[in-house]
Design a protein around this ligand. Structure first.
Ligand code: HGY
Ligand code: MN
Ligand code: MN
Length: 410
């Protein structure tokens, strides 16, 4: 199975230019200008390939290659083109454009798939705008109630409902969820976002499980006041409680009893946010993950207790909200086997592994048999402008994906 590596890498580089930050960093936040221009660009590429393109009510893009027996459950592939601020140009994009290139190479080979093959570009895989990730696939899988989804609110108080309608996506969110059995399988190509494949000199990772993410939002509040005029004896400073909690997050994760527990506080919002004003509100957004859902939940509970303790010690207000606490996903053994068979046929060195990053596959696995194909990324770096995957690795991943789709759609 040969793919056109130059065309594929050229398209990845072209999409990287559609960004709110200068190349090589990529910023494409949900429904902002770059995200919308990136969507338009994807529609052009898919329609140029003769695919039938449609959007659902939350902006998931579906580009379909009709099979010989269109009434059969389709085989799907895809990923995301949205990007967190100052990210890299390969996260998500390799799976979207690699999926398109896989379809092109199958068409060029003269294959007429029995089952339709669908390329999906999911809405908001990244949590940047509305606080939780995988909004499009989460609604598709029934893990996010349409009513709750509509009410998600961004930092400017704009709801997802308002944002999707303003972006031109109408229709009922309740129709986003496909009928049971709509998909035969889903396979996602993605960079590993970790160092293992490169370190071990392995060409392809065959994902067996996806770690379970949880997002905890903690609000610490105090009276605030003038940074010069309020004496220390009279202060109740939520920033100090926040600092204790941030440190506790790291401590609890390290002490969880397992190497697969990870946690960080990646976002701190301070109100009013002036150097000479004692903070009145500090909002911490905390990301906790583990391959073991129960251990992850124990760590989340411990962090919530640490937050309450720090607030009490510092005499400040505390409230928290668990935005999501998703179960880990297991990739379907039959899909894992198919990917491995294709790797053998193509003479590719592959190894099984878990995904520590989450992906839309985490939710597609609740809809149909799902698998993931990883390619190495330099130094395991991701979510940074120096994120990099080589043309050879990208092309190899797209070729393995093409072979896997061909088998599943036969
Ligand atoms: O955070 C993640 O794991 C994904 O890159 N959104
Ligand atoms: Mn990402
Ligand atoms: Mn991703």
């Amino acid at each position: 199975m040969t793919v056109d590596a130059d065309r594929l890498v050229g398209e990845i580089e072209a999409l990287a230019q559609i960004s709110d930050t200068p190349y090589p960093s990529v910023t494409r936040v949900l429904f902002t200008g770059p995200d919308m221009r990136g969507r338009d660009w994807m529609v052009e590429r898919c329609e140029a390939e003769g695919l039938d393109v449609r959007f659902d009510a939350v902006g998931n893009l579906f580009a379909r290659w009709e099979g010989a027996e269109p009434e059969l459950a389709a085989v799907a592939t895809g990923s995301h083109t949205d990007a967190i601020p100052n990210a890299g140009r390969f996260d998500g994009v390799v799976g979207v454009l690699g999926g398109l290139e896989a379809i092109r190479s199958l068409k060029a080979s003269g294959l007429t798939p029995r089952r339709s093959i669908e390329l999906i570009v999911f809405t908001a895989e990244e949590p940047t705008r509305f606080g939780i990730g995988c909004v499009g696939s989460r609604i598709m899988s029934g893990q996010l109630d349409p009513g709750r989804a509509a009410g998600l609110t961004d930092a400017d108080g704009v709801t997802l409902e308002e944002a999707r309608l303003a972006a031109g996506y109408a229709g009922a969110l309740s129709l986003v969820r496909p009928a049971v059995g709509h998909y035969r399988a889903f396979v996602e190509l993605h960079i590993e976002q970790g160092p293992l494949l490169e370190r071990d000199g392995v060409q392809i990772g065959v994902v067996t499980a996806i770690a379970a993410p949880a997002t905890l939002r903690v609000d610490l509040t105090g009276p605030g006041g003038h940074a010069g005029a309020v004496l220390m004896v009279d202060r109740a400073d939520p920033m100090v409680a926040a600092a204790e909690l941030v440190s506790a997050v790291d401590e609890v994760a390290r002490g969880s009893g397992g190497p697969d527990t990870v946690a960080t506080c990646g976002l701190v919002d301070v109100f009013p946010g002036a150097v000479n004003s004692i903070p009145r509100e500090v909002r911490l957004s905390i990301d906790v993950r583990d391959t073991d859902g129960a251990r992850r939940d124990r760590v989340v509970d411990a962090i919530r207790a640490k937050g309450r303790d720090a607030a009490t010690r510092r005499g400040v207000g505390h409230r928290d909200e668990l935005l999501n606490a998703d179960p880990p996903a297991t990739c379907a053994p039959e899909i894992v086997a198919q990917i491995e068979a294709v790797c053998t046929e193509q003479g590719v060195v592959a190894q099984r592994m878990i995904s520590r990053a989450y992906h839309d596959s985490l939710f597609m696995a609740q809809i149909c048999p799902t698998g993931m194909i990883f390619i190495p990324c330099r130094g395991g770096v991701s979510h940074r402008p120096d994120e990099f995957a080589s043309p050879e690795d990208i092309a190899r991943g797209a070729a393995v994906l093409a072979g896997t789709l061909a088998k599943l759609a036969a």
